[in-house]
Write a protein that binds this ligand. Sequence first.
Ligand code: PLP
Length: 388
Amino acid sequence: MYDANKSYDDPLLVYESPELVVKDLEPDYPVYCVRPAAIHRVARKFCDHFPGDVLYAVKCNPSRHMLNELYRAGIRHFDTASLSEIELISEMFDDGSAYFMHPIKSRSAIERAYYAHKVNYFVIDHPSEFEKISELIPPSSDVTLVVRVAVDNSGATYELSSKFGADLDLATTLVREVLEKGFRYGIAFHVGSQCLSVEGYETGLRMTAQILQSVGQLPSCIDIGGGFPAQYINSSGPDLEIYMDAIIRAIESLQLPASCRLFCEPGRALSAGGESLIVQIQLRKDNALYLNDGMYGNMIEEKYGLRLPVRVIQTRKFSSRAIAFTAYGPTCDALDIYPATLSLPSDIEEGDWIEFGQIGAYGGACRTNFNGFYSDVSVMVEKEFNAM
Ligand SMILES: Cc1ncc(COP(=O)(O)O)c(C=O)c1O
C-alpha cells in the first residue's frame, strides 16, 4: 500500500515488473514506471547515428527521472523552451548545455538565460524577436541567433509550421541582418511532431541550402529539429536509420565546414518508450470502465488520435476473451472519455490494474490538476514494456 512516510522519489524504488509494483504498492493512484533500459537504448541509437549533437527537447518530459536517465545514457545538450527549463538543466547538470530554442521569449527570460546561465544559442523567426534580442545582448561572435524557417509539415501528425517559422525570403533577410549586427547565425526547422516520412527533413535541408547560397557566409549551426516518431498502435514511422541515412546524405551535399555544428532536437522519440503508466479501474458499469487517469491526466496523445498500447497487469487469472470497453477518466467532465475503446479481458473489474505504454512523451508534461486528480509517483521498472 502507498505509505505517506516513505520517499517515492530519487532514488526510485526499483522493481523487475509492473506486476511487482502493484503487489507492493496496491496503488489507487496512477504510477509512472520509468524504463531505463528503453531510455538508454534509444538515446544511444540517436547518439550513434546522428553526426552532431543530440539536444533532448525538455518540454516533452521534464521529469528528473527522465532527464537523469538521458544524461546517464550520454545526452549532454538540451533544447529548452523556457527559463524554468534552462534553470532545471543548470541545476541538474554541471556539464549540461541549454539552448533557447523557442522563437518567442520574454525579455527577462532572454536576459537571465544569457547573463545568469551563459546560454548563447537563441532561435528567432521574426524581426521583432531579433530586435528584442539585439537590445538585450551585446552582438558577439560567441552568440548564435538561429533563424527558424517554416517547412512543410504534411508528413507529421502534429503540425508546428503554422505557428512558428519564417518563409524563405524572411529567413534570408533575417540571416543577413543577424550577420550585419555582429552575431553568428544558424538555421533551424521543425518538420512537425510524429513525422512519418523523411521528406520533411530533406525539404528543410534543401531550404537551408538555398539560404546558405543567397547569404554566401557559412553558418555556425544547422538544427534539423525534432519530429522523429515513436511507436504507437496506429502510428509508427520507418526505423531511425532510414531517417538518418537521408539526413546525412542531405547534410553532406551542403559541404559544411567542420566548425559548423549540427543539432537535432528529438523529444517524443527519445522519451515515449521510457515510461509507462499503471492505472486502476475504479468502477465497472457493464461495458464501461471508470479509470483513475484520463484526458486531463496523462492521455493527451490518446485525446489527439495516437493510440497507446495497453495491457492488463497479471495480478490474477483473467479470461482469454477480450471485449471492447468504453473508458472514462476520473474527472466530472463528460469530455473525459477515451476516444477509442480499450480491448481488455471480459472479466476485468473494479480494483484491477492496466498499464499504458509509450506514455513518456508529453503525457506527464501535459497533465493537469483538474478536479484534484494529479499523480506524481514514479518507480523504476527493469523490464521494457514491449518485453512484457
Ligand atoms: C523547437 C522544438 N524542438 C523540438 C521539439 C520536440 O519535437 P518532437 O517531440 O516531435 O521530437 C519541439 C516540439 O514541440 C519543438 O517545438
